[in-house]
Design a protein around this ligand. Structure first.
Ligand SMILES: Cc1cc2nc3c(=O)[nH]c(=O)nc-3n(C[C@H](O)[C@H](O)[C@H](O)COP(=O)(O)OP(=O)(O)OC[C@H]3O[C@@H](n4cnc5c(N)ncnc54)[C@H](O)[C@@H]3O)c2cc1C
Length: 378
């Protein structure tokens, strides 16, 4: 067993971190968070580098990277903000549904524009009454004259409002709780769709929306894969989503802890640096240990997926553990920076807000533990 990254993986890590430092940076990230603006320039540079195609096969113009390279990418994208990572990852793992189950027509209609940065994808599972109980979806899609006609109300859909976005909607196509759901592609400019951005305290750059569908019509060919298999497809989707999220929590927690270490070394009180007080030192040592453990869980899950195996339990373990560690690190960072932590210019308040959301988005911590227990046969 070798815990080190290969030379290729290390080079990929270094390329990405240097990109984040030089082409994205803290100020740009902070400004876009404060102004609730999508990081268009950074996103376009990522597209121009071909990185949006990480999970797309070479035959379709992508890089066909394995889940380890994908995890390294997500970790780096979150260097300054989990929101920046979400801006890139959301389209990335959602596009994979088309790769895995889409028709040739869908691949040619949607993937090439995605790779150039002109089109984005968002995924819409949640509804007001269907949160953790995601299969309680009520949005209906009925086949009428060669079109799916959708009616219903979705909530918390990140990125649905962005120019050129195509929403992958989990909708009810028959009565069976799980085997009555399908995935349908709906471009966000389809008539009958009313999208509102929500004033969330996180994902301020990506933006999260609520939308209402009144007789929204899309061609029959916009269904992904077979009718009534949406729940199965979304299960595969969530494996990539949760791996990416867990990796991003580790990436952002690394910066939050590094910022805490730097600040406590520089700040003096009682004639000594804060980092010389044992209580702070031990807290940081504990966080360093937990962060290493979280990182190992992420790469153990990625490694299993790279071997072509399902990693439902491993991905949930990585996500819940990394979310807790990221929150603890940001929480301790807020305490270590004292009053200064309240100022956006120190970035810690952003890490703190975003780490809190990590315990909810992509399935809550309680739901991850329920999945782990189920996989344990409990
Ligand atoms: C900023 C943001 C962005 C999001 N982006 C998207 C997106 O792009 N697409 C999308 O589809 N969704 C998205 N979501 C929705 C997200 O996935 C849900 O918020 C999440 O799944 C939890 O659902 P809920 O908020 O309805 O909470 P609830 O399900 O109401 O849960 C509330 C609390 O009860 C607990 N709970 C519920 N059931 C159980 C149980 N059986 N056992 C123990 N505890 C339980 C939960 O863990 C939680 O602590 C986003 C949410 C936010 C806030």
């Amino acid at each position: 067993m070798d815990f080190r990254h290969s030379d290729e993986e290390r080079a990929w890590h270094d390329t990405l971190h240097s990109f984040m430092d030089k082409e994205v940076g803290r100020e740009y990230t902070r400004e876009h968070d404060e102004n609730r603006e999508f990081p268009d320039e950074a996103y376009q540079k990522i597209a121009d580098n071909g990185w949006l195609g990480l999970l797309i096969p070479e035959s379709l113009g992508g890089l066909e990277a394995n889940p380890i390279m994908y995890a390294i990418f997500c970790e780096a994208m979150a260097k300054f903000s989990l929101d920046t990572a979400a801006c890139v990852m959301t389209s990335m793992f959602t596009a994979k549904n088309i790769v895995n189950h889409g028709t040739d027509q869908q691949k040619s209609d949607y993937l090439s524009d995605y790779l150039t940065g002109r089109r984005k994808f968002s995924v819409s599972i949640s509804e007001p009454q269907a949160g953790s109980d995601a299969a309680a979806v009520r949005t209906r899609a009925e086949l009428v004259d060669g079109h799916w006609v959708l009616n219903g109300n979705k909530i918390w859909c990140s990125g649905a409002h962005l120019p050129g976005a195509v929403i992958t909607i989990l909708a009810r196509t028959s009565e069976d709780r799980h085997r009555g759901l399908s995935l349908i592609l709906v471009p966000n400019d389809t008539p009958g769709l009313e999208i509102h951005k929500m004033p969330t305290i996180v994902r301020r750059s990506l933006g999260t929306t609520e939308f209402f569908m009144t007789d929204v019509r899309v061609p029959e060919g916009n269904i992904i894969g077979e009718p009534n298999r949406g729940w199965e497809y979304i299960g595969e989707h969530l494996e990539y989503e949760r791996l990416g999220l867990a990796a991003s929590y580790v990436g952002n927690a690394r910066t939050a802890l590094d910022d805490t270490i730097k600040y406590t070394k520089e700040r003096e009180q009682f004639g000594r640096s804060l980092s010389s007080f044992q209580v702070l030192k031990h807290r940081m040592a504990e966080n360093e240990t937990e962060l290493s453990a979280a990182r190992l869980l992420v790469y153990a899950a990625a490694d299993k997926m790279a071997r072509g195996e399902r990693a439902i339990k491993e991905v949930s373990m990585a996500k819940v553990f990394a979310a807790d560690v990221a929150f603890k690190i940001a929480f301790n960072g807020m305490q270590a920076l004292g009053g200064y932590a309240q100022l956006p210019v120190y970035d810690m308040e952003r890490y703190f807000r975003e780490a809190k959301h990590g315990m909810v988005g992509g399935g809550t911590n309680e739901i991850q533990r329920t999945i782990i227990a189920r996989e344990m046969g409990l």
